[in-house]
Design a protein around this ligand. Structure first.
Ligand SMILES: Cc1ncc(COP(=O)(O)O)c(C=O)c1O
Length: 354
């Protein structure tokens, strides 16, 4: 597989100036990568200037949502890098999602190579202030033009990117327990990173915001008792000094940040427990003071402390400290690893593309 970079793409990078105000995912990098899947195989990849793509209104993705994506960051530290954090894990999860959504896999080495070449090309437009990065969004969608409900035979793989600031600039978040709607069900697509899961969470997101909170906390679809995750990040809490996070099921997205924290915590003498965590147990643990901290984790969120968990009737369970000592030291250790100040549990976690 070859990755071609057009001269227009190189020029577009040269002409680009990083705006002062970034936000998250709003400013787009001036280039994008494309490859097409036809006749059972992938074309070479091409990087061209960012711009509209043309498709007919009958493209299957617009009707049946056959679409998957990933999210990862390319970042620079003191002029060094760009760096990537565990991009092979994004590649593996992408292919897990592809399989679930009846889409072709992108070989892990091709996915990682694409992300590396893209990052290097964008090296000069990666913002460098603390918390900033180039957020990379690899994605794939069905392109066959027909209305029959059948898997598509043709697909497009793309990478777009956004020079971004921190996802949550406001520090701590308030989380609303969703007891009626469901994000994902057993046997469904919850552990695939596919657009439909996010669309299914949007109505609740509107209500969450309207009631004055920041994120929706989803419970399992069958018993409506067990904590699963939030709409775009995993849930963690500290109970009796231990890092507790819901054990993965097929309705929870296996976060790479979550997985990394489970490896980092023991190095900080924080024990970890992955278990079925019921909402009743969580509330009781907050009320009795056994649960001292809670936080969201994810590529975009890094570690974002939760200061309270709330019910729709206005009942609020306040966490005693946000950020608490464990979340603070986990966040620091994760950032230290990502930014090369601390050794990772596995040397291959941080790629320096310099
Ligand atoms: C539903 C959901 N859960 C969890 C996560 C956290 O995953 P990661 O740590 O790999 O970013 C994400 C973000 O990708 C997500 O969309």
């Amino acid at each position: 597989m070859q990755i071609n970079i057009s001269s227009e793409a190189k020029q577009a990078i040269k002409n680009f100036t990083i705006p002062e105000e970034l936000g998250f995912g709003r400013v787009m990098a001036p280039v994008m990568l494309e490859a097409n899947f036809e006749n059972g195989k992938w074309s070479d990849m091409t990087i061209v200037p960012f711009g509209p793509i043309s498709m007919l209104p009958t493209s299957k993705v617009l009707h049946y949502g056959q679409e998957i994506f990933e999210g990862l960051k390319s970042y620079r530290i003191k002029g060094n890098g760009p760096f990537l954090f565990r991009p092979d894990e994004n590649a593996k999860r992408f292919n897990h999602s592809a399989k679930r959504m009846a889409m072709p896999e992108v070989p892990v080495e091709n996915f990682v190579e694409a992300v590396k070449v893209f990052s290097k090309l964008c090296s000069e437009i990666i913002p460098r202030r603390s918390g900033e990065s180039l957020y990379l969004r690899p994605f794939m969608f069905s392109t066959e033009e027909a209305l029959g409900i059948k898997p598509s035979d043709t697909f497009k793989f793309m990478i777009v990117a956004s020079p971004s600031g921190a996802y949550f600039s406001g520090g701590t978040i308030s989380v609303l327990i969703e007891r009626s709607a469901v994000r994902a069900a057993p046997g469904g697509t919850g552990n695939a990173k596919t657009g439909g899961n996010y669309a299914a969470a949007l109505e609740a997101a509107i209500e969450t915001k309207k009631l004055g909170h920041d994120q929706t906390l989803w419970l399992d679809a069958v018993t409506r008792k067990n904590v699963e995750e939030m709409s775009g990040m995993n849930f963690n809490c500290i109970i009796d000094g231990k890092l507790v996070t819901p054990a993965l099921t097929d309705s929870i997205l296996a976060g790479i940040t979550r997985n990394s924290l489970l490896a980092i915590a023991p190095q900080l003498d924080i024990q970890v427990e992955e278990k079925k965590l019921s909402i009743d147990e969580l509330i009781e643990a907050i009320k009795t003071g056994r649960c001292t901290e809670a936080f969201a984790c994810g590529t975009a969120a890094i570690i974002t402390p939760i200061h309270q968990i709330a019910e729709k009737d206005g009942t609020v369970y306040k966490l005693p400290s946000a950020p608490g000592p464990c979340s603070t030291s986990l966040r620091q250790a994760l950032l230290d690893i990502q930014e090369g100040r601390r050794e990772a549990p596995n040397k291959e976690w941080v790629l320096n593309l310099e």
